[in-house]
Design a binder for this molecule. Structure first.
Ligand SMILES: Nc1ncnc2c1ncn2[C@@H]1O[C@H](COP(=O)(O)OP(=O)(O)OP(=O)(O)O)[C@@H](O)[C@H]1O
Length: 258
């Protein structure tokens, strides 16, 4: 990656006693959470525990009922300061693949040259697709484009809500590997939501397990696995990987059955 994002030494995200309620239902909280710059934080937990709600609070799409959310030291503004990737790629079908990336660059006030577009697509393993329509590429390729679009803007923060959930197992593993590589190279702070324990341990430098509703922190686990210089097979086959996966899986099961 040739245009790495400037990484501030400040904490990227700070949640202070955050609660989010919908009417009488408390979906999340209270949650205290500090995400240092450059961390890859994965939020994992059973369905409905409030993972997406937390992500929306960090993105500024929602306001906390109580407590405060800060991203790069200020209250988050929707569409500013964070790249977003959702379960569905949400590309514009009337534009080419390259057109989708160029639009994001222009929106951010950055030069949208074909070379820059190609560079971003190459980062996520896509060559020779800039001229194609989005419906002429596979679902996995579309999700790669969505990640490239999020990387296009020099945001120090990337928020990803189950981006690989709709993909087949092999494509999912490939995209996980690419995201792990790209995020390590870029130094961006990532907050990633998933149901998958395996995905959480593979991707995260830290995994936070949430309790069933209201979502609170049940386990906050640093993942000390190497982020570069080791093959995927070695990593996934290591006893350390298995032990971390077991610990996270147990924390989720304990909370769901208790
Ligand atoms: N806008 C809303 N209005 C009312 N209730 C909501 C709203 N958004 C979320 N909730 C409720 O808050 C709780 C947490 O939802 P959220 O989508 O954050 O969970 P999640 O962990 O991301 O779930 P999943 O893994 O199934 O996507 C759920 O009980 C949900 O029904």
């Amino acid at each position: 990656m040739s245009r790495d994002c400037p990484v501030s030494s400040a904490d990227a995200v700070v949640l202070d006693a955050v609660t989010r309620s919908y009417g009488d239902v408390t979906a999340v909280g209270p949650v205290d959470l500090t995400v240092p710059s450059g961390e890859f934080l994965v939020l994992v937990g059973a369905s409905g525990c409030g993972k997406s709600t937390l992500l929306r609070l960090i993105a500024g799409f929602e306001q906390p009922t109580r407590g405060t959310v800060r991203a790069a030291g200020v209250a988050p503004v929707p569409g500013r300061g964070a790249g977003l990737v959702f379960q569905q790629p949400r590309l514009f079908p009337w534009k080419t693949v390259g057109g989708n990336i160029a639009l994001a660059l222009r929106y951010a006030g950055q030069p949208a040259t074909p070379a820059r577009v190609d560079e971003l697509l190459a980062q996520v393993g896509l060559d020779d697709v800039a001229h194609r329509r989005t419906w002429q590429i596979s679902g996995g390729q579309q999700q790669r484009v969505a990640i490239a679009r999020a990387l296009a803007v020099d945001n120090p923060l990337l928020l990803l809500d189950e981006p690989f959930a709709a993909l087949d197992a092999l494509t999912r593993e490939r995209l996980q590997a690419d995201l792990r590589r790209v995020s390590a190279a870029s130094g961006r702070t990532c907050v990633f939501v998933t149901h998958s324990v395996d995905e959480a341990v593979y991707l995260g430098s830290r995994v936070v397990v949430l309790t069933p509703r209201p979502g609170r922190i049940a386990l906050d686990l640093p993942i000390g696995l190497p982020r570069t210089g080791v093959s995927d097979d070695e990593l996934r086959g290591s006893p350390e990987f298995a032990a971390l996966r077991a610990e996270v899986g147990q924390a989720i099961r304990e909370r769901v059955t208790s």
